[in-house]
Design a binder for this molecule. Structure first.
Ligand code: PHE
Length: 454
């Protein structure tokens, strides 16, 4: 039997709170740091179209599947499977989620820590008078130095732990409701700035005028993998958050709104970045350094750049924080409920454990750069294993579970709150969850493991 610490499970207090928390999880470094650079690397608009198709056809069904599992079981990710499928090995899917939570938060906390350093650098006007090469060297020097990145990783993990410590309503929901509107305002300001620069049209064309000859099979696969990462799927975040959703909420609509919000913010991040990159004739395919190296350069050349640079890194830090709390919550919910430990104690212990796991990730950018596991640094190992294997495997089984194990009737009853809110797209959802999503995910999975090469 699963033991419960709380007499009654906490539930999000309002529809807005649910959307803010779930969209807060989805919108993160994935949207503002990763999406722009992989779009740049994959040639722009054609890649975006494929990404949008992946989001709509595969991301949305997987998200609704997770919500259905969590809300019907009213449990953490492992106990949900034990409740809905007692005596079967389905609960192992929850363990996949637990493992990916540890790994992703370990390296996510490192990159999120960099954003804090960059807020300070921006405030101190630390990029002024530097050449593009010097700005690149500044970034390289910072991430490879041992102490400063660790310090910022600790600060970021402390903030994450602090919010989760306060609880589902007083922590996660409350801060998401403050931080997400702020994020929206910041990104709108940055969009207006970028779009009113002379020469912005090159960036708009790059984002919206497809050139399909630039699209490779690898681009298609990265689009699907990124859709998973960006929507926070496959780990059980949406199962855990789903378990905090009241039966009086419309699940189909919530899944749709969160998916649209995540996609809109990714596109808005692209609109804030590429017009500026093109206006100053900078190469759009800079890779992971796009945000930390290319953008400070762009801001230096732009009127008002000093303020916009600060705003941008604040935006990045906020986005990272609301995602990190969702990852931590997956583990905290499980440990506190399963072992009957107080939530506070569980939060402290898990935050410390994950921060410790992040230390070698951070050091692998410098002093531990030569320590390789299967040819990868510790950072890359965790990133690769979690994003390319665990999330995808998790999402695959979660979708199969709803489509084939729970089945049409139970899934429909939960999704529609016993018929209160019929999900208009339900027949399509079932088809996608049964066939389309698992097949597509399987192909990506084989690719992630390097079994099929394109
Ligand atoms: N969706 C988050 C982002 O885009 C990352 C994340 C992945 C969060 C998986 C939770 C689970 O940054």
């Amino acid at each position: 039997m699963e033991k419960q610490v709380l007499p009654r499970r906490e539930h999000f207090g309002s529809t807005l709170g649910i959307i803010a928390a779930a969209a807060g999880s989805a919108i993160g470094l994935g949207n503002i740091w990763r999406f722009p650079f992989i779009t740049g690397v994959n040639g722009g608009a054609a890649f975006i179209i494929v990404y949008l198709v992946c989001i709509a056809l595969i991301g949305l069904p997987v998200m609704l599947s997770e919500f259905i599992i969590g809300r019907s079981a009213q449990k953490n990710v492992i106990a949900s499977f034990k409740t809905l499928a007692p005596g079967t090995p389905w609960y192992l899917v929850g363990w996949i989620g637990m493992a990916s939570a540890f790994m992703i938060l370990a390296f996510y906390g490192v990159v999120a820590g960099w954003t804090l350093e960059y807020i300070l650098k921006a405030v101190a006007n630390g990029f002024a008078g530097k050449s593009p090469n010097e700005i690149g060297a500044l970034f390289g020097g910072f991430i490879s130095s041992p102490m400063r990145p660790l310090f910022w990783q600790f600060v970021f993990m402390f903030l994450t732990g602090w919010i989760v410590y306060a609880g589902v309503i007083k922590g996660i929901e409350r801060y998401s409701k403050i931080l997400m509107p702020l994020l929206l305002i910041l990104i709108i300001i940055l969009d207006i700035r970028a779009l009113t620069l002379p020469g912005a049209s090159g960036g708009i064309a790059f984002l919206f005028k497809p050139d399909f000859s630039k699209l490779t099979a690898l681009g298609f696969l990265s689009a699907l993998g990124h859709a998973f990462f960006s929507l926070s799927l496959g780990m059980g975040v949406m199962i855990t958050y789903g378990s905090y959703i009241n039966k009086t909420e419309n699940l189909g609509k919530t899944a749709l709104q969160v998916t649209i919000a995540d996609t809109a913010i990714a596109l808005m991040a692209g609109l804030a970045i590429f017009p500026a990159v093109f206006a100053f004739s900078i190469e759009p395919s800079a890779g992971p350094g796009l945000v930390f190296v290319t953008l400070p350069n762009v801001f230096l050349q732009m009127p008002g750049g000093y303020f916009f640079c600060i705003l941008f890194f604040v935006l990045l830090a906020i986005a990272a924080l609301t995602s990190a709390i969702s990852i931590l919550e997956v583990v905290v919910a499980y440990i506190s409920e399963n072992f009957n430990v107080a939530r506070h104690k569980a939060t402290i212990a898990i935050t410390i454990a994950i921060t410790l796991l992040g230390i070698p990730c951070s050091l692998s950018m410098g002093v531990m750069g030569n320590v390789k596991f299967f040819g990868k640094t510790f950072f890359d190992l965790l990133d690769f294993t979690s994003s390319n294997i665990l999330l995808i495997a998790g999402g695959f089984f979660m979708t199969l579970f709803v489509a084939w194990f729970l089945g049409h009737t139970r899934a429909q009853r939960e999704a529609s709150s016993d018929g209160q809110f019929p999900v208009t797209y339900f027949p399509w959802f079932m088809w996608a969850a049964k066939y389309l999503a698992p097949i597509a995910i399987f192909i990506v999975f084989l690719h992630g493991l390097g079994i099929i090469k394109v």
